[in-house]
Design a binder for this molecule. Structure first.
Ligand SMILES: CC(C)(COP(=O)(O)OP(=O)(O)OC[C@H]1O[C@@H](n2cnc3c(N)ncnc32)[C@H](O)[C@@H]1OP(=O)(O)O)[C@@H](O)C(=O)NCCC(=O)NCCS
Length: 158
């Protein structure tokens, strides 16, 4: 689950709130609608899956996070970001694979997400794990900005 020994994966804690908020503000522009500090505080208390990857520096720094909504039959990756200095090292892949492993453990049918068609890095990441584009959702991100729905099927991957 954590192929790179320089990183450690764990569930997010209340003490990660500042680092999560800072990473989010650096990873997304205002027009992307970044999660607010208040939203992270809510998700830290919720039963949603919020995982973080830390590097092994002293002090440890937040390298990335994933937020996943767990529904009765499916999971939905709601947000994912890796800080720029840790990109390209498999951090996102570790996080997405952990979300998929949780879907398997909960016996769900699939993991869904939406992604901007312009986000080549994210689409490449999801495809490298086995997600497939299932539909183009018109104006999903606002007028004239569609969204790809992508899906990873638990049952096909056993
Ligand atoms: C998209 C994002 C999460 C990728 O994080 P990352 O940790 O750099 O990704 P990884 O190193 O785990 O890459 C895993 C795979 O993704 C694909 N990938 C990553 N970056 C890519 C790029 N720039 N172009 C194409 N494919 C890419 C590759 O298949 C890669 O596997 P490989 O290195 O074996 O070729 C990161 O760029 C990010 O935080 N971007 C800003 C926020 C964002 O767009 N979030 C996603 C919203 S849906």
């Amino acid at each position: 689950m954590n192929p790179n020994p320089a990183y450690a994966l764990r569930t997010a804690l209340a003490s990660d709130l500042d680092a999560l908020t800072e990473l989010e503000q650096r990873a997304f522009t205002l027009s992307d609608g970044p999660l607010t500090r208040r939203a992270f505080a809510y998700h830290l208390r919720s039963k949603n899956l919020l995982l973080v990857v830390l590097d092994h520096g002293q002090p440890q720094r937040l390298a990335g996070y994933i937020l996943v909504f767990m529904h009765r039959c499916s999971a939905r990756i709601y947000s994912l970001a890796v800080s720029s200095e840790h990109q390209g090292r498999g951090v996102a892949k570790t996080l997405v694979k952990a979300a998929c492993a949780e879907a398997v453990a909960r016996d769900l049918d699939c993991v869904n997400l939406e992604v901007r068609p312009s986000n080549d890095a994210a689409i490449g990441l999801y495809e490298s794990i086995g997600f497939q584009k299932t539909s183009l959702r018109k104006d999903y991100y606002g007028l004239n900005e569609n969204g790809w729905r992508m899906q990873w099927r638990v049952k096909n991957t056993a």
